[in-house]
Design a protein around this ligand. Structure first.
Ligand SMILES: [Cu+2]
Length: 378
């Protein structure tokens, strides 16, 4: 069995893929292709690169006026990972070898309405692709570092048992490809991330994702599953500044981020990819913290988690009826809830100052009103 996310994504956007590639091929800077695909490209790869790549950071200093006037966001690449773009439950009941193809890509992309940032990514999205295997599977990881990268990258799978989780085995300079395999011994939801020093910087710039190792019997069926990850971004410029923002190593060491985000950028899970579901459905959220530094108090405003697999442990009995769950940096949680009342619910870190620095996600629930459970008194 092969998990080839590039191929999956290409298939998902077959109708536009050729057009987009032709546009990319003939464009030196940020691409019209990215503009037209931004809304539905999902985990499309590699977001405006390599063509968008070279143009985007050709002059890192940029002109002063680009810091004063808003950048034209429509023409900017977007690294947000669609929370619904994840592989479905594994039906087979025998272990297999699963191939996972990853490419590390650095690209300038939208950070919020008026700013961009040079992200470092797995497969052009933040978080990187959601990998799904079954306990006992042999996971064969192929990591390719894009030739236009400026930095070395690798990958550390928390689901792997072995030195560095694969980090040393996958140290790849720009243009190199490395591989290793590990046996998925422990079921659960695990974070993966780049572990090239300074590790915190590689993570802060976007290099994290998750792998689900399903238990032998799988997880209980639900109507919808979502993939959400929290991270911090450290820029020299203050939150709200326009233009191409600069990563700030001193603030990173002091743990003073300017931005907190879900799925990569401000607005990724609100205006861009709101979670959508219907009354009567049970949903599951795979939630993780890339960090690199901040623990999340994960909460959904207006809802209660019916079941919480604390710390991503799917072999322990879930906690029931939980308002807020603590998720450490480099940790994860699986939450489930049944939706009874229509409306907009909001995913937050209940350290709510972080909402003012960009962190929020919408869960829009459609369906019949349920006045027995909730109704305004007029
Ligand atoms: Cu890296």
């Amino acid at each position: 069995m092969t998990i080839n996310h590039q191929r999956d994504d290409a298939a998902r956007t077959t109708g536009n893929a050729m057009t987009r590639r032709s546009v990319l091929a003939g464009t030196a800077g940020l691409t019209l292709g990215t503009l037209t695909m931004a809304g539905n490209a999902q985990a499309d790869h590699p977001r405006g690169s390599p063509a968008g790549h070279s143009g985007a950071h050709g002059n890192p200093a940029r002109s002063l006026s680009e810091r004063i006037y808003p950048v034209p966001q429509d023409a900017v690449a977007d690294i947000a990972h669609d929370p619904t773009a994840i592989p479905g439950p594994i039906a087979r009941r025998e272990p297999e070898t699963v191939r996972v193809d990853l490419e590390t890509v650095e690209l300038e992309a939208k950070l919020d309405r008026q700013a961009t940032f040079r992200y470092w990514t797995f497969n052009g999205t933040v978080p990187g692709p959601f990998v799904r295997v079954r306990v006992g599977d042999l996971v064969e990881v192929h990591l390719k570092n894009h030739p236009e990268s400026w930095h070395m990258h690798n990958i550390d799978f928390h689901a792997a048992t072995g030195p560095g989780g694969g980090a040393e085995a996958t140290n790849a300079a720009p243009g190199e490809e490395k591989a290793f395999r590990f046996k998925a011994l422990n079921p659960g939801l695990y974070v993966y991330h780049c572990a090239v020093p300074p590790v915190a910087m590689h993570i802060a710039n976007g290099m994290y994702g998750m792998i689900l190792v399903e238990p032998e019997e799988g997880l209980p069926p639900v109507d919808r599953e979502f993939y959400v990850m929290q991270g911090e971004i450290y820029t020299t410029e203050a939150f709200g500044t326009a233009g191409l923002l600069t990563e700030d190593y001193a603030k990173l060491l002091d743990e003073r981020p300017e931005f907190f985000v879900l799925n990569g950028h401000v607005g990724a899970l609100t205006e861009h990819f709101p979670l959508k579901a219907n009354v009567g459905e049970t949903i599951r959220i795979f939630f993780g913290v890339g960090g690199p530094n901040f623990t999340s108090s994960f909460h959904v405003i207006g809802e209660i988690f019916d079941r919480v697999y604390v710390n991503g442990s799917v072999t322990s009995a879930p906690q029931t009826d939980v308002q807020t769950v603590v998720v450490p940096a480099g940790g994860a949680v699986v939450t489930e809830m049944k939706l009874e009342v229509p409306g907009r619910y909001v995913l937050v870190d209940h350290s709510l100052s972080r909402v003012e620095r960009g962190l929020a996600g919408w869960l829009d629930v459609e369906g019949e009103e349920n006045p027995d459970i909730f109704s305004p008194i007029v």
